[in-house]
Design a protein around this ligand. Sequence first.
Ligand SMILES: *[C@@H]1O[C@H](CO)[C@@H](O)[C@H](O)[C@H]1NC(C)=O
Ligand SMILES: *[C@@H]1O[C@H](CO)[C@@H](O)[C@H](O)[C@H]1NC(C)=O
Ligand SMILES: *[C@@H]1O[C@H](CO)[C@@H](O)[C@H](O)[C@H]1NC(C)=O
Ligand SMILES: *[C@@H]1O[C@H](CO)[C@@H](O)[C@H](O)[C@H]1NC(C)=O
Ligand SMILES: *[C@@H]1O[C@H](CO)[C@@H](O)[C@H](O)[C@H]1NC(C)=O
Ligand SMILES: *[C@@H]1O[C@H](CO)[C@@H](O)[C@H](O)[C@H]1NC(C)=O
Ligand SMILES: *[C@@H]1O[C@H](CO)[C@@H](O)[C@H](O)[C@H]1NC(C)=O
Ligand SMILES: *[C@@H]1O[C@H](CO)[C@@H](O)[C@H](O)[C@H]1NC(C)=O
Length: 795
Amino acid sequence: MLFLGFTKWILASLWLFQGILGYGIDANEALGLRNLTRELFYHGYSNYLDLAFPLDELAPLSCKGLGPDFKDSHNLGVNDVRGNYLLTLIDTIDTLVVLNDTEGFHEAVRKVIQHLTFETDTKVQLFEATIRILGGLLSGHVFASDPQYGFQLPGYNNELLTLATELGERLLIAFRTPTKIPFARINLMKGVSSKETNESCSAGASSLVLEFSMLSILSGNPEFRKAAENAFFAIWNRRSSIGLLGNSIDVMSGNWIYPVSGIGAGIDSFYEYAFKSYILLDDIRFLQVWEESLSNIRQYMSSTEDYYYQNVYASSGTTATYWVDSLGAYFPGLLVLAGELESAKKSHLYYFSIYMKYGQIPERFNFHTKTIELQGYPLRPEFAESTYYLYRATKDPFYLEVGKIILKNIEKNLRTSCGFASLDNLQTGVRSDRMESFFLSETLKYLYLLFDESNIFHSKFQDFLFTTEGHLLPINTLTHKAVNSYKRQHPGTCLLNPDENYAEPSFFSKIASREDFDYVFEMVESSHQHVVDGIIDPNGICARPRVADVVEILYGNVLLPPFKSTERSMNQIYVPTLIGNRIRLIKYIDNEYYRIFKIGNQRAGDNDTVYLTDPNYAMFMSLQTLHTPTVSAHLVSVNTKEEAYSEFLHVHEGTFEEPLQLPLAFLNTSLCNKLPFSLTPGVAYIAPTGDCSWLQQAKNAQKAGLLLLLDQDPRTNKTKLMQESPSSYFFGLIKPYVPPTIHLDSNQSFVLQWGNITVQKVQKDAPCYFQNSLIENFYVCETCFDERDYLINRN
Ligand SMILES: *[C@@H]1O[C@H](CO)[C@@H](O)[C@H](O)[C@H]1NC(C)=O
Ligand SMILES: *[C@@H]1O[C@H](CO)[C@@H](O)[C@H](O)[C@H]1NC(C)=O
Ligand SMILES: *[C@@H]1O[C@H](CO)[C@@H](O)[C@H](O)[C@H]1NC(C)=O
Ligand SMILES: *[C@@H]1O[C@H](CO)[C@@H](O)[C@H](O)[C@H]1NC(C)=O
Ligand SMILES: *[C@@H]1O[C@H](CO)[C@@H](O)[C@H](O)[C@H]1NC(C)=O
Ligand SMILES: *[C@@H]1O[C@H](CO)[C@@H](O)[C@H](O)[C@H]1NC(C)=O
Ligand SMILES: *[C@@H]1O[C@H](CO)[C@@H](O)[C@H](O)[C@H]1NC(C)=O
Ligand SMILES: *[C@@H]1O[C@H](CO)[C@@H](O)[C@H](O)[C@H]1NC(C)=O
């Protein structure tokens, strides 16, 4: 076991030698980092204005401007965002406000008014045009027009709002479909082509609500909000029977095209806009969508210990891919906003460990092979954004350190003579000639806000909401009155637990001193490279993880969804088909054996019984040919070319007739150790029972190149087997781990249940809200009851 239990003790002695020094980032260093962020911003922005404007983007290697690819209309990666409409200027407009650059802001607004026209023959993505251009114009309009913020432009005559309304009207055409789900792309001048693709991703079709609602509120025309809202609920209403959305949908038929769910690319901002629309509009329906979504995300997508979220089939909730994407790094930030701090911290830590492994977060990271699945870093903001939210909610010095690492890496590795380049390949460092507009709009904006403690948006003007593109929209009585029905009484507010969050600025970081800190790096096979050593509490403990090993058993192809989902009825779990349904086994550190944690989409609880009703398996069970009293597993050698992850076990699928025609051979050694000789392809092997667990044998079998057939010999002593290796006893009574659950009972009391332990705590004002420095109504319940009480009661 590679556990880094000693790291912190070594640190402790180092710490004594060095005496008590302030290692963490102090106020002055934070200001220095803020100043550096500002400097980087103007390096990018001035070069854009000098070298690229009025084109959409700056090319940071060739130092010129970039517009749409007029020659190749299918070049979507470019044309989806570069609409020939001053993209970077408009997207950056309110970053100038955040930087308190009144003059720069006024100059930018004047430039937009003078140069912007939508009478251009370009086909853009509805989503990108909305979040980048419409969002930028609306935010710019709020600051240019409203004197209370101090950025009012003399002589301003609502020009940005007029432009935003014109864009909104052009975009409305995309919503004319039978489902009310809009087309993904639209030509600004010509509308939607009859040959336009019918496929739209869920995020693109649904996360228009903030901008379109704001446009309705400011322009007085309710059509925009209605269109975006209809699209949002048209997507939501098509969720699967277990409440999950697919990734992309046919806007004409409303059928899912890619029915895989997740929190990242293609779906991400659906959840974001569910929660944020509730905040902006005070419309309870959006909160309900968020709450139901979060509960389903937790049930089906959350990894064993909640550090990351997997993509799953929308119909069954079983794993569909083995990667997390860099876009998903926004999720911890959203969790903070919704008051889910503990989950936010864990998830952020997981992304941080990926970050430290590569110096950036790759587009996709495979959590099983622990390698990059898709290279590249196009200057994305999501990780910086989450770091910012977590710092505002906790004030933990760890997040300043993370921000500093992000900032310094950008400066050192991505800065060019005229801007900032994207990375094509994280490992080779090969750059590409592109600076996406969100780099100035979001990445640097969030970093600036992270380091600028006295920023006015943290105090006087905290009632602002960031759109998914980082644009600032005001939350006020106007927005809260936009939708009159669907209100509910606010249940009151409460403060974040002062212990946890508003304590005296601590010398040490609670995050870097978490028991599981090293564990997360271990999971990713990464290292924190001692960058946060100075803020780790020398008296902290480095706990062993609860989980020692997690194994999934797969039947059939890795990526096959189950033909039928696993279903539950009271304490009974039915598995109608093995193929595609995974069985996840967990070995807890203090246990000798593996427990079944999940079967298909069902978490197996105490007292649950699993019934396997797959006729294929029954057929296999009735074949006596391969059974002998001494056999523990039938191993069929097949020269497999099948894609396999080493930690997974593949169980042979099919009718089982083929293996019977193979010659049989008896192994003279059990599979408890690695086989000391090689096996002959095309032979079926029978191994004697070993002393180790069935799972260990199965793992060694796979390492030897075998595909495994499960055996459940009716003559074996099940009581004995159960005691020795419960994992081999799949299809009877099982004793899996029971996670604790917390729910509200009819008296509004929190009840914690863990196995046969029940703890109750009366909660007067639940659920509750608290006031945070960013916006009202951060929705925090985590801190309104104190987990430590449970710990005390339990002991
Ligand atoms: C940051 O910039 C401000 C304004 O230019 C300056 O007054 C201050 O000294 C700078 N602080 C640091 C630490 O560089
Ligand atoms: C913003 O800049 C103005 C001058 O343009 C200055 O008076 C004001 O104090 C600044 N605000 C903050 C919060 O720094
Ligand atoms: C979109 O769907 C409509 C209606 O089903 C169909 O007629 C059209 O061919 C589809 N368009 C494309 C590009 O597939
Ligand atoms: C398990 O079964 C026993 C006996 O029927 C019962 O008393 C107990 O409450 C059950 N436990 C759970 C968690 O359902
Ligand atoms: C076990 O079988 C292998 C392969 O047939 C053979 O090489 C080895 O000598 C055998 N070992 C014993 C102890 O019989
Ligand atoms: C099965 O094993 C258990 C535990 O080892 C033992 O008590 C029991 O007698 C065995 N049953 C039979 C039928 O051998
Ligand atoms: C709720 O409170 C009432 C009165 O105190 C009590 O009789 C009842 O058992 C409580 N219900 C639950 C589920 O605890
Ligand atoms: C549940 O109750 C039984 C009997 O009272 C006890 O032996 C067992 O340790 C308890 N389980 C847990 C998890 O505390």
